[in-house]
Design a binder for this molecule. Sequence first.
Ligand SMILES: Nc1ncnc2c1ncn2[C@@H]1O[C@H](COP(=O)(O)OP(=O)(O)OP(=O)(O)O)[C@@H](O)[C@H]1O
Ligand SMILES: [Mg+2]
Length: 567
Amino acid sequence: MTDCPTSTLLFTGRETILNILEDYFITDMMSEDIGRRKLFLLHGLGGAGKTQCALEFARKFKKSFSDIYFITAESENSIKASYYDIAMRNGSIPAQGWESGFRWFKTHEANWLIIMDNADDPQLSLGRFLPSCDHGNIIITSRNPDLMQIAAKSEEIKDMEPDDATQLLLKHAIKNQVTAADETSAGIIAKELHYFALALVQAGAYINQHKCLNNYLDLLKSQQAELLRRDISQSLDNYTMSIYSTWNLSWNKLEKSSKALLNICAYLHYERIPYALFQRAIENIEDLEISESKNDAKKFLVMLATESMKWDIAKTNEIIHKIGSYSLLNVIQDGLFSFHPLVHKWMMAKMDINLKNEICLGVQGIVAASINGTKWNDIGFVRLLTPHCIALEKYYIGELHIRKSLGRLWLMGHYGTRALTYWKPLMEETKVSFGNDHSETLVCMGHLAMSYRNLGRYNEALELQKPLLEVSRQVMGEEHLETLTYTNNLAMTYSHLGRYNEALELQKPLLEVSKQVMGEEHPETLTRTNDLARTYSYLGRYNEALELRSPSLKFQSKSWEKSIHIH
Ligand SMILES: Nc1ncnc2c1ncn2[C@@H]1O[C@H](COP(=O)(O)OP(=O)(O)OP(=O)(O)O)[C@@H](O)[C@H]1O
Ligand SMILES: [Mg+2]
């Protein structure tokens, strides 16, 4: 017998997961699981299609099971009510309430199947309600991946296959003949919706209602949030919530700090967000210029920090885990987490309008503090930050120090074009605010020159580096570390231009001063020794090159530290 609802009439695709379930519950009769209760978890985002997969499996293989039962596992009460009904239906008098039904499964040694549906509440201790016996089969559907701990096997229900997704959209959108052009349009819309089941059903219902397959894509691009917020008026399977309403239910259960993290992440790229972004921000936030962005960043960062403003890993893990228990984010590897792109758009769409400015500034402060705490040669972290900074740049960035931090990141990552768009106006602005000879202006000038050099625009770099060196010599002195860096950078530009004699004129005295100021074994002195040797080689002065190289190799092999110093 079965009291299980059937899958939707328009069920589409999901072949892979149905095969996995078939292998586990039906085919695999020889496995070590024989003679044991089978327990499979289908987990994933709200609206991904977990319940439908379980129902379709039960429909397709109903003959393989003695009885199929459907238990609404949303809460303890709904589970108890389902067991109570089961007891009644099986003719046992539920003298001990719901437990009579629960016990029926233990004593009924047959090949029954229970679908425990929507066991989403992380507070629910589901194990208590699973009949413990060596027979029977259970499929759990849940947004909570933690239930993996009690399941023998599990699969995440992800986006649909592109062809299946297109078919699902068409089945809902067009009830008569489908043309090739319709298929093409549906394919594009399905892609825009990331092949996400509920979004496709919702779009299909709207298109059907308004007969607007050809206009829907434009509508989706201009008014995605409005469309995905609308609940479905007529549904084949009682699922009438829009994806936004569905996820809002999870949002309502989150605590303040989890909500705050979701708000912050809405301004970043949806993929590969490093925990280290927050760690470095906490470690460097105090050094950030006093500003609104610093204030707003701190309001959030305190939630991830100890009282003495040290990064609290346990707290961070807990917040991330809490969001993950609703499948709203995935920890993809140690130290990185990602969002589904539609969830990410929802995060922005649902943000309180009055909070947007504060959160955007906060994210700017967090990103800037973490960039400022990053060394020039930490290219791994620079690469991780890159997509997030590109995402953030879509919003207005007004504070000068934030723009400088971002400009610094683009230089560190050798993104010359992006760096140029920052350092050109920054240099002009600092000149006006501080004057030509101010150290701030010199730094901007140096960075602008480096941007040109990264782009191979050596002559433009030279035009800035020559006067920069002059001013730096006068203002800071010949032996100041900054002056030495500028000298080195100018020499490198001459070298790139093939003007080796001019490079040599700078590199010879530079090496002498570097030895005196930093010491013979300092990594930078060694790099400069090599640079000078290379210039000698380019000029065909091989003996002089050799003389320099041999002792420097000796030091280099002793030195563990190699530094790439770009300024
Ligand atoms: N393979 C499919 N074919 C047809 N419709 C589907 C399919 N998968 C999902 N749907 C439709 O998408 C909607 C959501 O599906 P379902 O109820 O299975 O999601 P869920 O993952 O169980 O969500 P929740 O976490 O909210 O319970 C339903 O309207 C359902 O009919
Ligand atoms: Mg469900």
